[in-house]
Design a protein around this ligand. Structure first.
Ligand SMILES: Cc1cc2nc3c(=O)[nH]c(=O)nc-3n(C[C@H](O)[C@H](O)[C@H](O)COP(=O)(O)OP(=O)(O)OC[C@H]3O[C@@H](n4cnc5c(N)ncnc54)[C@H](O)[C@@H]3O)c2cc1C
Length: 432
């Protein structure tokens, strides 16, 4: 028998995008839901790059484009490959509203306020320490102050998810399956940002950064424009940082000094510094998502598509699907693992698992061939443009021959074959 004190229909742990989307879905179906967050307010502890994606947020909050605290509408994506002091950048510009830059401290807080209006009981400054089980079933959670009981508990407590680990749904995270990310928010006035990035007031730009100070490690840098600040950071797989004994903020410092980056942040003042882990394991590392009386969503379930920098949308969709299953489970009074597996089935049929499945071999291949793809070929791309743009009296044909010859002298033929084979394997698994 469940204890009656403090009992509610559903407890959701963690007020990030996954937990909020989940709690709202349940409250809108007329059920009681308590959302427990450790931060002083939702978003206080959260950081990301970052961009939120319109279609997933709009699905939960149709009014968000007019009401939410958004920074800029991202109209430009830059892909910058950095060399020692040179760089090659591809720019894609499209005037649409696919994504917005946001500051999580403001945005998560706004979403949680909307959740409150929808009937969610939001508890802040409360850390959930333990999941309570009766027999084989999860029946509640323990906080520092008291125990809360519910028919269903949903864990949306982010990448570390100590709670999912406690009940055996998650194993220890391997250091190669997470990236350690550090970022700075640098204050700059709006006009300077507009001028430097060629933007109008509500328009934003994203720069995805490869190579440079990341020294061939498996990692990427990023830069996002906010209203009156710029976010710059990077994420590198934790095993590489540990093996090489690199300090991520030193790498970030070097990145900021690169001539292709420094002018974008010049004159700015540091407003905020933060660090966070990103799940990088992909499809093969997604754990079992349900057990009796419990489901896991968002980063806690390792649902991140790292190639596309998508995490909040996967979190929101998984939260919504788990919320829907919770409502059906409450309606039938069946809280068993067997019933809750409907959430696993729904998520498999959604773009979330389909996309993770598409890239199921990406990280294995990236780990195997990182020296090639995160160092050698980046150098070669910059070397090509160096050759192509040089004007020194050398006949062009000679330059081309020299460049082609260097491909075969700088890298062994067997390695080039292995690289080509890796690309074929990767494309095969993505497209077929
Ligand atoms: C550097 C970086 C850049 C990123 N860039 C992007 C991007 O541009 N676009 C994108 O879509 N995604 C991006 N992501 C990924 C995205 O941030 C995550 O996928 C997303 O935030 C996951 O949402 P979530 O709700 O599952 O977890 P979180 O947002 O981590 O929320 C978990 C919540 O649970 C709370 N919590 C944890 N433990 C407890 C506990 N025991 N008790 C109570 N509360 C608890 C935390 O305080 C937090 O509020 C980025 C991530 C990083 C780190």
């Amino acid at each position: 028998m469940l204890k009656k004190e403090n009992k509610t229909d559903v407890i959701v742990v963690g007020a990030g995008p996954a937990g909020i989307a989940c709690a709202v879905t349940i409250a809108r179906a007329g059920r009681n839901v308590v959302l427990i967050e450790r931060g002083m307010f939702p978003g206080a502890k959260n950081m990301f790059g970052g961009a939120i994606y319109t279609n997933s947020v709009k699905d939960i909050f149709p009014n968000f484009e007019s009401d939410a605290p958004l920074e800029r509408r991202n109209i430009e994506h830059n892909f910058a490959i950095l060399g020692e002091s040179d760089s090659t950048t591809i720019t894609y510009r499209k005037n649409d509203n696919t994504s917005y830059s946001v500051i999580r401290g403001k945005f998560d807080r706004w979403m949680a306020e909307e959740a409150r209006k929808a009937g969610v009981y939001v508890v802040t400054e409360t850390v959930v320490r333990k999941v309570i089980k009766e027999g084989k079933r999860v029946v509640g959670v323990s906080t520092e102050l008291e125990d809360y009981y519910a028919d269903i508990v949903i864990l949306a407590d982010g990448v570390n998810s100590l709670l999912a680990h406690q009940i055996g749904l998650r194993k220890d995270i391997e250091t190669k399956d997470v990236a350690l990310s550090v970022k700075e928010v640098i204050k700059l006035d709006k006009d300077t940002i507009n001028q430097r990035f060629g933007l109008k007031d509500d328009e934003g730009a994203i720069v995805e950064i490869f190579g440079g100070s990341m020294l061939g490690m498996l990692g990427l840098g990023f830069l996002y424009t906010n209203n009156d600040s710029v976010t710059i950071g990077l994420g590198i797989t934790l095993n590489e940082l540990v093996e090489n004994n690199y300090k991520p903020f030193e790498i970030l410092e070097k990145l900021k000094q690169h001539p292709s980056i420094s002018h974008l942040i010049e004159g700015g003042t540091l407003k905020e510094y933060s660090a966070h882990l990103i799940p990088e394991g992909g499809y093969k590392k997604v754990p079992k998502l349900v057990d009796n009386g419990v489901m896991i969503v968002g980063d806690a379930a390792m649902l991140v598509n790292n190639l596309h920098w998508e995490g909040t949308n996967l979190a929101i969709v998984s939260g919504k699907l788990a919320g829907q299953t919770a409502v059906e489970s409450l309606n039938t009074g069946d809280y068993s693992k067997k019933f809750l597996k409907k959430y696993e089935k729904d998520i498999k049929e959604s773009f979330v698992m389909k996309d993770l499945h598409t890239y199921r071999n990406l990280m294995d291949i990236a780990h195997q061939r990182k020296k090639a793809f995160f160092s050698y070929y980046f150098k070669k791309i910059n070397a090509f443009f160096d050759m192509f743009t040089s004007v020194d009296g050398t006949p062009k044909k000679e330059n081309y021959h020299k460049f082609i010859k260097s491909i075969f002298t700088d890298r062994k033929l067997t390695e080039l074959f292995k690289d080509a084979w890796a690309i074929i394997r990767l494309l095969w698994s993505i497209l077929i």
